[in-house]
Design a protein around this ligand. Structure first.
Ligand code: MEV
Length: 420
C-alpha cells in the first residue's frame, strides 16, 4: 500500500510526519519541535519556580471539512479515544458537506469596578457616559494594534452576605482582532481607572477583562447521516441522550465535558488559554439559569441528525503563548487558519461538536468502555513490561479481547507470549 493510500492512523510516525510536511508545508525545524519538549530556559521564562516540562501527546484529527475547507486538526490531550472519535465524527459529517461555521468579531469586554461613589449611582453613570470619548481616547492611547470601540456602564448590587452596597461597572468594548487580547484589555482598563475615579469621585477596585466572551460567539453546525450513525434506532437513542443533557444538570456536565474534550484539545495544541475558554463555556451553558448542553440536536425531515454548537471563544493567533511556544506555532500552521482568530475559533467549535456527537453515538450504541479499553490496554501492556510495538499490541489485544484489562492479567499474557 503506498503512503498516499494509507489512512493517517495506519501510517507510522515517520509517514505521518512526511504527510504533514507535505500537506501543511512544514519545515524540518517545524517537525523537530514535535519530538522534544520546549527548552527549560523557555519554560523558566514562562512561569515562576520552574522545575521541568510536563508533556502531553499531540495528535492530528482528520476528515474535518469546515466551510468547505479541508483541515487537519491538531489536538493535545492525554485521554485515549478522543482524537479517533473526533476524526470518525468528522468523517460522517463530511459526507453531508462537513461543518458550517461562523464567528463574530473579536470583541472583548474589560471591566472597571467603582465603589463608594460620592454622588448617586445614577449621576455617576451619567458623568462617565458624558466622558465616553475621553475615556476611549485614553484606552486607545495604549495600543496600536487593538482598539477600544465602545463603553457601557452598568450598576451592580452586591448580592453576597457582606452587603458591600451598590457599585458601577464601566465596561470597555475592545476589538482585539486576531489576538485573544487579555493583556491589551487589562492595560486599557488600568489606563482609564484614574480618570474614572476622578469623574465619579468613587474608588476604583478591579480593572480586568471579563472572560465571559459573549461578544465573541462562534456557531458551528453539521448534518450526520442516519445510516452512518448506525441507523434510525441509534439516532433515536442519541436524541434521548441529548434530551437528558438538555434537561438534567448531572448529565449536562458530563455531556459538556465531552464537548470540551474536543475544544480544549485544539485550544491546548494551539497555545490558547483553555481555562478562560472553559470558564466562559460553562457560564454560557447556564445562561438561562439552568446549566444545559452546549450543543443542540434535532432531526432533519429525512431522519438525519443535525447538531449545532454555540459557544463563546476568546482565542488568538497573534500574541500570547501561540506566538512563543514553538509547537503551538506549528499546530496553527497545520490547522492552516491563516492568522485569523475567527478561523481558529470555528475549528475549535467544530472539534467540540464532533467530539460530542462521537461520545453520544458511542454511548447510545456499544457504550464507550469498549473503545476506551482497547486503547487503555496498550498503557496496561506497557506497565506490565511489554516492549516494542509488536509485543505491546499483542498483549493489549489479548487482554482487551478477554475483557480483563489489568496489569496482573497483562503480565500473565506477556509471560505466556514470551514462552511461546
Ligand atoms: C469522556 O471523557 C467524555 C464522555 O463522558 C462524554 C459524554 O458522556 O458525553 C464520554
Amino acid at each position: 500500500m503506498s503512503q498516499q493510500q494509507k489512512k493517517f492512523y495506519e501510517m507510522n510516525r515517520d509517514e505521518r510526519l512526511a504527510f504533514l510536511k507535505q500537506s501543511a508545508e512544514l519545515t524540518d525545524e517545524d517537525i523537530s519541535f514535535f519530538g522534544q519538549p520546549i527548552a527549560f530556559d523557555r519554560a523558566n521564562r514562562m512561569v515562576e519556580n520552574a522545575v521541568g516540562i510536563m508533556s502531553i501527546p499531540l495528535g492530528i484529527a482528520t476528515n474535518f471539512v469546515i466551510n468547505g475547507v479541508e483541515r487537519l486538526v491538531p489536538m493535545a490531550i492525554e485521554e485515549p479515544s478522543v482524537i479517533a472519535a473526533a476524526s470518525k465524527a468528522a468523517k460522517i459529517a463530511k459526507t453531508k458537506g462537513g461543518f458550517t461555521a461562523e464567528a463574530e468579531k473579536s470583541l472583548m469586554i474589560g471591566q472597571v469596578q467603582v465603589v463608594l461613589l460620592s454622588n448617586s449611582i445614577r449621576s455617576g453613570k451619567r458623568k462617565v457616559l458624558a466622558h465616553k470619548k475621553e475615556l476611549l481616547a485614553i484606552a486607545n492611547s495604549k495600543s496600536k494594534s487593538v482598539s477600544a470601540i465602545g463603553l457601557q456602564v452598568r450598576e451592580v448590587k452586591d448580592s453576597s452576605s457582606n452587603r458591600m452596597g451598590r457599585m458601577l461597572v464601566i465596561e470597555l468594548i475592545i476589538d482585539t482582532k486576531d489576538a485573544m487580547g487579555a493583556n491589551a484589555v487589562n492595560t486599557m482598563c488600568e489606563a482609564i481607572a484614574p480618570k474614572v475615579a476622578e469623574i465619579t469621585g468613587g474608588e476604583v477596585v478591579l480593572k480586568i477583562l471579563s472572560n465571559y466572551a459573549t461578544k465573541r460567539m462562534v456557531k458551528c453546525k453539521a448534518v450526520f447521516d442516519k445510516d452512518q450513525l448506525g441507523g434510525k434506532e441509534t439516532v433515536k437513542r442519541i436524541l434521548y441522550a441529548y434530551a437528558l443533557a438538555h434537561s438534567d444538570v448531572y448529565r449536562a456536565v458530563t455531556h459538556n465535558k465531552g464537548v470540551m474534550n474536543g475544544v480544549d484539545a485544539v485550544a491546548l495544541a494551539t497555545g490558547q488559554d483553555f481555562r478562560a475558554i472553559e470558564a466562559a463555556a460553562h457560564a454560557w451553558a447556564a445562561r438561562d439559569g439552568t446549566y444545559r448542553s452546549l450543543t443542540k440536536w434535532r432531526l432533519t425531515k429525512g431522519g438525519d441528525l443535525v447538531g449545532e454548537i454555540e459557544i463563546p471563544l476568546a482565542v488568538g493567533v497573534v500574541g500570547g503563548v501561540a506566538n512563543v511556544h514553538p509547537t503551538a506555532k506549528v499546530a496553527l500552521k497545520i490547522l492552516g487558519v491563516n492568522n485569523s482568530a475567527q478561523e481558529l475559533a470555528m475549528a475549535i467549535a467544530a472539534a467540540g461538536l464532533a467530539q460530542n456527537l462521537a461520545a453520544m453515538r458511542a454511548l447510545a450504541s456499544e457504550g464507550i468502555q469498549k473503545g476506551h479499553m482497547r486503547l487503555h490496554a496498550r498503557n496496561i501492556a506497557v506497565m506490565a513490561g511489554a516492549k516494542g510495538a509488536d509485543e505491546v499490541d499483542a498483549v493489549a489485544m489479548k487482554i482487551a479481547e478477554e475483557g480483563q484489562v489489568n496489569v496482573e492479567n497483562a503480565r500473565e499474557v506477556l509471560s505466556s507470549l514470551r514462552e511461546s
